[in-house]
Design a protein around this ligand. Structure first.
Ligand code: NAD
Ligand code: ZN
Length: 357
């Protein structure tokens, strides 16, 4: 049963995130009348005889998961499956899975009958700590990632940290990269808590994961809600993503997103150091104590062609001027979004990266 709740205010309707220490909520979901339950196929395989046992086979639509399947055709399959089960306007979509499941089923719930109630149970660290709030649903179109989408928050988000135990190592650490990012932009105290908890988090201890998920959501919520007053601080959420997206794209998306973000935060630190805004000692301490231990992909997978990476940075959606944009963390945990990153500076940081990993 839920042990803690977090209310998120949103222009699209307020909603609640509930943290469940035990999986009793699954029985409650199974008993809801008028629902359409969609479960990520790997989650179903790993948990159908455990946590998800209260859900009957016949009542579950099992969803095959792959980034290439995050497209309109998969949503059409879901429209067909849902209407075949005689869904009505008041049918609640219940979806259980990671960010891909969230994007596909959120899009489904926001469009079928022009919107039906939706309950989301995130099963990856990334979805629990980061993507489950923020109201975005996104689909890929041709080569364009997340081109199509709606803004549609779930009515309820139920977080059970025990799910992450069965995630693949790289996927779990990809989520940990986003957790670390949120703690760094959360300020010195949050970063110190992360440092203390890091061994328990890399060991996936459920209590530590639950606490880190909660802190991450509280930090992210503050940025999202504040943005309604348009302070621009929401862009800090993009820390590590300027270089990160470019590395991801230069690797043909072989690098897990959150791992590319960790490398992106290291690169931003190198630029800040070169600009004299982050002392060499602090840059090295953050990198060695926090960032490097969160990287599990071998360094050679980050050794990507600099021209390709820089070309990809120029195409970043968030780019605003003739030069490149970068979110920077300075001494004293001050943050700034600069729009004047030069190509030569970016190239120098990429050159340095291999030597510091
Ligand atoms: N809507 C948003 O705001 C938002 C934000 C960030 C990312 N995203 C999207 O999220 C996606 C990435 O999501 P993700 O990292 O959560 O994972 P995912 O949904 O891509 O799943 C990764 C893999 O883990 C499996 N899986 C999921 N939960 C599992 C579990 N508990 N045990 C074992 N296997 C499990 C899945 O079947 C899949 O094979 C991307 O498509 C990204 O664009 C969306
Ligand atoms: Zn991200």
């Amino acid at each position: 049963m839920p042990v803690a709740g977090l209310a998120v205010r949103s222009l699209f309707g307020d909603y609640r995130v509930e943290l469940a220490e035990s999986p009793g909520f699954v029985g409650e979901l199974a008993a809801l009348p008028q629902s359409f339950v969609i479960v990520d196929e790997n989650v179903w395989r790993c948990h159908r005889d455990g946590v998800l046992r209260p859900l009957a086979d016949a009542d579950v639509h099992v969803l095959p998961i792959a980034e290439q399947r995050k497209v309109l055709a998969s949503v059409e399959e879901l429209y067909a499956a849902m209407t075949a089960r005689a869904a009505k306007r008041n049918t609640t979509v219940i979806s259980i899975g990671g960010g891909i499941t969230q994007d596909l089923t959120g899009f489904l719930a926001s469009t079928i009958y022009r919107g039906v109630p939706w309950i989301f149970v995130p099963t990856t660290l990334l979805a629990q700590a980061d993507s489950c709030i923020g109201s975005k649903t996104s689909l890929n179109f041709r080569q364009f990632k997340n081109l199509i989408g709606t803004l549609y928050p779930p009515e309820r988000v139920l977080v059970y940290p025990g799910f992450v135990a069965t995630q693949e190592e790289e996927d779990y650490f990809s989520g940990l990269g986003e957790v670390l990012k949120l703690h760094l932009i959360g300020g010195e105290e949050a970063a110190a808590v992360y440092a203390r908890e890091a061994p328990a988090l890399t060991g996936r201890r459920p209590a530590a994961v639950g606490d880190a998920v909660w802190r991450s959501l509280e930090i992210k919520r503050a940025f999202i809600e504040e943005d309604e007053r348009d302070t621009g601080r929401r862009r800090w959420l993009n820390f590590g993503h300027c270089f990160g997206h470019a590395l991801e794209s230069a690797s043909d998306f072989a690098l897990p997103h959150g791992q590319a973000v960790v490398a992106g935060m290291i690169l931003a630190g190198l630029v800040a150091r070169a600009r004299g805004r982050l002392s060499a000692a602090t840059e090295e301490r953050l990198r060695r104590a926090l960032l490097r231990p969160a990287l599990v992909v071998p360094p050679d997978r980050l050794a990507l062609d600099a021209d390709t990476v820089i070309g990809a940075m120029g195409q970043d959606k968030k780019r605003t001027g003739p030069k490149l944009a970068l979110v920077m963390l300075y001494d004293g945990f001050a943050m700034e979004v600069v729009d004047d990153l030069g190509e030569d500076e970016a190239r120098e940081a990429l050159r340095e990266l291999q030597g510091v990993l």
